[in-house]
Design a protein around this ligand. Structure first.
Ligand code: DX5
Ligand code: ZN
Length: 222
C-alpha cells in the first residue's frame, strides 16, 4: 500500500513562527499542509481565514489542503482558491447546497473534497464519491485539535475504500482528528491515504522529528 502521507495541520502551529515551522516540517518530508478554517458558527471555535492560507501558500511548495469548517462554504470557496489552496474540502453538514459548494471549488480551479462528521450517515460520501478528489472521514467532531480519535472512523474508511476500489472513483481517503503514533497505523490499514495530524506534529517541541516518527508509524503498519 504505497503512497500514504501525513498532512500536518497548522492549527497547532505557532503562528508567530508559521513559515519557519512549515519549512522545518517540509524539510523533513512533508508535502501536504492542512489548514483548518473555522468560523465560530459551523464549529464552536474561530481559527483563521484567507490571510493564513496565503501565508502557508508562500511558505511551502507542497500541496495546500484547506479544510473549511464554515457555514455556506459555497460563498467563500473561490476566495480560498485565489489565496493559494490546491484542494478545498467542504462539510456536507454546512450547507443544504453541497453540490453547489463542490462546483464552486472546482470552478475556481482547485481539487475538491467533501467531509463528514463522525455520526453523519456515510451515504452522503458514498453518493458523492465519484465527484470527489478527496473524501474526508472526521475521526472527531471538528472544532479543536487534541481530541481523542473515534475508532468508528475505521469502519467508515474501510467501507469507502471498498466502494472506491470497486468503482471508478479516484478519490483519496483522508482521516482527521486524534491521529498520533498510536492511531495512525490502524487508520492507514483501514484505508486512509492522507492522515491529518495537528497536535502530534506542531504540538511537539520538535515538529520535524514528530513528523518523522508519525511517518514511520504509518510505514510500519503497511
Ligand atoms: C479539527 C481539525 C483538525 C485538527 C486536528 O477540527 O479539523 O484538522 O487540526 O488536530 P489533532 O491532530 O490534534 O486532532
Ligand atoms: Zn482539519
Amino acid at each position: 500500500m504505497p503512497g500514504a502521507r501525513i498532512a500536518p495541520s497548522v492549527l497547532s502551529a505557532d503562528l508567530g513562527h508559521l513559515a519557519e515551522q512549515v519549512a522545518a516540517v517540509e524539510a523533513a518530508g512533508a508535502d501536504w499542509f492542512h489548514v483548518d478554517v473555522m468560523d465560530a458558527h459551523f464549529v464552536p471555535n474561530l481559527s483563521f481565514g484567507v490571510p493564513v492560507v496565503s501565508a502557508v501558500r508562500r511558505a511551502t511548495r507542497g500541496l495546500v489542503d484547506v479544510h473549511l469548517m464554515i457555514e455556506a462554504p459555497e460563498r467563500w470557496a473561490a476566495a480560498y482558491v485565489d489565496a493559494g489552496a490546491d484542494l478545498v474540502t467542504v462539510h456536507a453538514e454546512a450547507t443544504p447546497h453541497v453540490h453547489r459548494a463542490l462546483a464552486a471549488v472546482r470552478d475556481a480551479g482547485a481539487k475538491v473534497g467533501l467531509a463528514l462528521n463522525p455520526l453523519t450517515p456515510l451515504a452522503m460520501l458514498e453518493d458523492a464519491l465519484g465527484e470527489l478528489d478527496l473524501a474526508l472521514v472526521m475521526s472527531v467532531d471538528p472544532g479543536f485539535g487534541g481530541q481523542r480519535f473515534l475508532s468508528s472512523a475505521l469502519r467508515r474508511l474501510e467501507r469507502l475504500r471498498t466502494l472506491r476500489d470497486a468503482g471508478t472513483s479516484h478519490a483519496l481517503l483522508q482521516v482527521d482528528g486524534g491521529i498520533d503514533v498510536s492511531t495512525a497505523g490502524a487508520a492507514r490499514l483501514a484505508g486512509a491515504d492522507v492522515l491529518v495530524a495537528g497536535s502530534a506534529v506542531f504540538g511537539s517541541a520538535d515538529p520535524a522529528a514528530a513528523f518523522t516518527a508519525l511517518r514511520r508509524a504509518v510505514a510500519d503498519a503497511t
